[in-house]
Design a protein around this ligand. Sequence first.
Ligand SMILES: [Zn+2]
Ligand SMILES: [Zn+2]
Ligand SMILES: [Zn+2]
Length: 122
Amino acid sequence: MTVPCSQQDHGADNALEPPVCPWVIGCTIPLEDSTGTVYAHLRTHGFIRRHTDRAPCPWPLCPQEMQWRNVARHILERHIQVRVQCTICGNIYTRNETLQAHMYVCMETYFNAMLAEDHQSN
Ligand SMILES: [Zn+2]
Ligand SMILES: [Zn+2]
Ligand SMILES: [Zn+2]
């Protein structure tokens, strides 16, 4: 089966799973990277406030309280684009599982390189 070219966008980026809505199971409204999208999404689920109101973050189990005008950015930074960093090589990953898998390989490469250097300097 073939997909028409016009329907395909940058295939390489599709490896990342799209962020999943935490409020309604099976919700298919996109929840990604613009604050406008996030506010629109929040409104659909009944989180309607003025931007100057202080409110708890609507994300489940998040204890933070902030001005509503900061909520969308907070959600994007803290809950959607979670960035984790490899302490060995500094590579940044968006998912903990991916980082864990990477670090096994990275650590091995690192130690092998150290061993190789030791041998050379002898
Ligand atoms: Zn939703
Ligand atoms: Zn939060
Ligand atoms: Zn690494």
